[in-house]
Design a protein around this ligand. Sequence first.
Ligand SMILES: [Zn+2]
Length: 538
Amino acid sequence: MDVFEIKDKDLAGRIGVLRTRSGDLRTPAFFPVVDPQKQLVTLKELEELGFRSVITNAYLLWKRYGKEVAEKGVHRFLGFEGVVMTDSGAYQVLRYGDVDIDNRTVVEFQCLIGSDIGVILDVPTSYDVSLGDAKRSVEVTLSRAREVQELVTSCSATLWVLPIQGGVYTDLVRFSAAEAAKLTGYSMYGIGSPVTVMEGYMFDKLVEMIVAAKSVLPPDAPVHLFGAGHPAIIPFIVALGVDTFDSASYMLYARDERYMTESGTMRLSELDEFPCECPVCSRYTPDELREMSYGERVKLLALHNLHVIMRELKRTRVALREGRLWEYLEAKSRMHPALKRAFDAVRRFYRFLEMYDVDSKGVTKAVLLYSLESVQRPRIIRRRRRIEDMGIPLWASNIVVLPGLPFDKPYSDSALARYVREVLGKDYLLVFMAPPLGAVTELLTYAYPWSQYESKYSMSVSEVEDAVGMVMEVIVKSSRRLGRVVVVDLKECEWCEYAALRIATELRSIGIEPVILSIKCGDLYRDFLCRFSTLAKP
Ligand SMILES: [Zn+2]
């Protein structure tokens, strides 16, 4: 039986089921880091919050409680029936240098205590190391993976994670992933050590790292991201195809009296009111929290932080199922400049997203368009390319360029289109300028996304320019054989007037003299629709 089954996809993200010895885990899933020695939030409380998975450090378990955990098994020791992942101690290596356990021992120990998911003793690549050191971490990690290959194969009740190293050196990450993919016995891959990357807020580096690894790894293999725990980045890493991730940040932030929100972090000291309805924030005021003992306060802040992480995880899964991850990321990117940078970092890899994105998804759901960024998603880019490639069909020689109005769809059956056909006759192919989507010939106006979107009515200059550019792209290949070219100037629709002016200029520049057909928007549509169709200047 496959350990991982993909149920749904959007962009490079997926909803899946990870099959472990402790039952099925729905992904994307978050693994809160738990430390039995100083766990303020109990595992029962984690379960009540909806977490079915936790991660704890195998090295620390071995060092502090070796015999007891070995006898009881890790689930009984922790008092947790869900999925328990154990990390090998790599984080300690990254933070404090060496650990006094060897690879074989830590793997045997994880097998013995019945971890659902185990990790070999890898050598994480810190983000600030030299290329030479990064290479070494890749090589040592791979040789350790080979060293215990028989061991992990024989302990198949545990799912074994093979960490991918290489840090910010993406060629190395690709090499590491390619070599890892060749080794049998491992059913999951871990993207190693972004902790230090995250701490340095180098989200674009993290995106590069994930894309580099994912481009090489088998597409249906589950991928874990170590140390990713801020709710704000959850939708971004999920969109890139990360299935599970872990972090202690909920606790680290709480100890530092920091309060997580879905778009950033606030200090408890600067809050007059909690912008949240979780049980903690509903029950207490910031003042009350500040008056409590440090221990009580930290625990309540940690509970709130976990709540925000869970809420973001759920919202991301819902957006994914709906085929609206792109819209979700776009909306997030407006909440904080750091998230805008994250969105820009993801957008740079649209070809990667396109590779994974499923075409049929979203066809039944209307696309929500806010700006040009909204159309830079794989499914729409593909559609735009197809329209440009098709150009003007051979049987058509006369064309009309006219606005595609967001409030009258499908365009080919709009009041404007019908009026134009009445005036000019049927011997014309209609080409619509429809910012921010671009341009479309009447043949495809019923297809996705042209008839299934919601948009604003006011267009920006750059959105209109984009549509004009696309119309020219469609026309230019057939320009020599075109007969009559008519441009509709829809008066009182400000962006339409600008578009008509621009397209006429562009046509003249390639030697086509268009006939201008002026129509009053108010004659066909209600006044307010025309009035709202403004041209927004930057
Ligand atoms: Zn709260």
